[in-house]
Design a binder for this molecule. Structure first.
Ligand code: NAD
Length: 489
């Protein structure tokens, strides 16, 4: 592909989609969307405000109150969801090219994310048909059963890293359970979300069930207006912990149902008895894949002292070989960060890191990319636990390595941040690994494993990394009300 790569079928503008119609903002306002390789604006997107959210919520409420979707049998909704998955699969390449163009993610990884988006729909299409609810009997006295009902208009607010896949993770269960939705995608990356209306129409989703309003999140804009809308009883949010706190506060007067998938600073703990080759490969992938813009990135590596020097040397050498390149290039492993604002944030942490620790790889912009949001995979060693690069989420291709002497110290270091999303443990000692998993403050733990998801398991964090869990039946629980019915026998 040439340096002027532009995906096929690029729209001429990005509009909202409300009640089955593509529309501009009521006040006509738009915002620029940037190409992360050049930082030039390549398209304008409609900038939603309260009036646009009001229109979208009204359309979703009408579809919920009077439309067929909530009343349909699970099997009927499941068929539509499977069709959605089929269409995503068929259009996987187009979708991945758009995502790679808009986000700067390497094309190979964007293809993987497109596949995951299809899987998310397939999974919830199957799960909703298999769904069964509790029944309890007290012989001769009482029978009790559970009615499960969709709740209403679900507000879905999503971030810019792997946007289409993360949107599918909320859309799949929200729709499978019979709710209608208003999606507010991240303002940095609205392009792939503009594919949803066509996909849903082709699959036969009734008009008004899915609505999308683009725009910013802050007060007075689309995200904030969605959170404060009284006819939206549920908010599923993925994004920064700080934003989660604001949304939590703004939802309180309405007592909304909240699911929050927030930030992370996850530890990868490497003990001396680990398979070092496997641990190095996995911890390289764990922080540098998806440009390091991954909520579950293992961005703090804790290494047992006896193998520390060898680990740092080998890890830094391997990090230096990770290929930074144009996102559309099939051999690229780290592409361009999403936006110049985020690039500046990551670069400022690299400068902070240089004053806090020992730089052993990378350390700034690669020479061959004088423009665009390119950052060399960067490794800091000897990072002390009070360093900012140990404590704060950088969300880029930057890793902090810290030595430890004992299991107790490893655990203390692992738990020594406000976050608690994921943890990765590398050891061949079975007892140690299970005990460590039990004690580490993380919503998800991978033992001697890459970050591989099983959609049936809970996904979510503890501490500042989240509130509630999604995944498997937990997603069904979040998007439904369970009513107990008691019968006197
Ligand atoms: P962000 O919090 O800045 O924005 C996320 C979304 O919230 C955007 O759509 C934004 O417009 C909207 N928003 C902002 N302020 C709002 C407000 N006051 N009210 C309503 N909506 C508002 O996050 P980001 O920078 O887009 O994403 C990166 C963050 O997301 C990182 O912290 C990362 O760890 C986290 N993340 C978490 C997970 C997870 O599953 N735990 C997954 C992916 C990303």
């Amino acid at each position: 592909m040439s340096k002027q790569f532009v995906p096929q079928n690029l729209p001429t503008a990005i509009q909202h989609y409300i009640g089955g119609e593509h529309v501009d903002s009521i006040d006509g306002e738009t915002f620029d969307v940037l190409n992360p390789v050049t930082n030039e604006a390549y398209i304008q997107a409609a900038s939603g405000k309260k009036a646009d959210i009001d229109a979208a919520v009204a359309a979703a409420k009408e579809a919920f109150d009077n439309g067929p979707w909530p009343q349909m049998l699970p099997r009927e909704r499941s068929r539509v969801l499977h069709k959605i998955a089929d269409i995503i699969e068929t259009r996987g390449r187009d979708l991945a090219e758009m995502e790679c163009f808009d986000t700067g993610l390497p094309i190979k990884q964007a293809l993987g994310q497109a596949h995951r988006a299809a899987e998310n729909f397939r999974f919830f299409a199957d799960l909703i048909v298999a769904q069964h609810d509790d029944a309890f009997k007290v012989p001769g006295r009482q029978a009790n059963y559970v009615n499960r009902k969709p709740i209403g208009v679900a507000g879905l607010i999503t971030p810019w890293n792997t946007p289409f896949m993360l949107e599918s993770w909320k859309l799949g269960p929200a729709l499978a359970t019979g709710n209608t939705v208003v999606l507010k995608p991240a303002e940095f990356t609205p392009l792939s979300a503009s594919l949803w209306p066509e996909i849903f129409e082709e699959a036969g989703l009734p008009a008004g069930v899915f609505n999308i309003v683009h725009g910013y999140g802050e007060e007075g804009f689309a995200g904030d207006s969605l959170v404060k809308h009284p006819d939206v009883p549920l908010i599923s949010f993925t994004g920064e912990s700080r934003t989660g706190q604001i949304i939590f506060g703004n939802s309180a007067p309405y007592l909304k149902g909240l699911s929050m998938e927030l930030g992370g600073k996850s530890p990868a703990v490497v003990f001396a008895d680990a398979d070092l080759d496997a641990a190095i490969d996995a911890t390289i992938f764990g922080v540098f894949s998806l440009n390091g813009e991954r909520c579950t990135a293992g961005s703090r590596i804790l290494v047992e002292r006896s193998i520390y020097d060898e680990f740092v040397e080998r890890y830094s050498a391997q990090a230096s070989r990770v290929k930074v390149g144009l996102p559309e290039d099939e051999s690229t492993e780290v592409g361009a960060l999403v936006h110049p604002e985020h690039f500046e944030k990551v670069m400022s942490y690299i400068e902070i890191g240089k004053s806090e620790a020992r730089l052993t790889a990378g350390g700034g912009r690669p020479e061959e990319f004088p423009e665009g949001n390119f950052v060399s995979p960067t490794v800091f060693a000897d990072v002390s636990p009070d360093a900012r690069i140990f404590q704060e989420e950088i969300f880029g291709p930057v890793v902090a390595i810290t030595p430890f002497d004992t299991d107790e110290e490893a655990l203390e270091l692992a738990n020594n941040t406000r976050y608690g999303l994921a943890a990765y443990i590398w050891t061949n000692d079975l007892k140690r690994s299970h005990n460590f998993a039990q004690n580490v403050e993380a919503g998800m733990v991978w033992l001697n494993s890459n970050n591989v998801r099983d959609l049936r398991t809970p996904f979510g964090g503890v501490k500042a990394s989240g509130l509630g869990h999604e995944g498997g039946y937990r997603s069904i629980d979040f998007y439904t009300d369970q009513q107990a019915v008691h019968i006197n026998l």
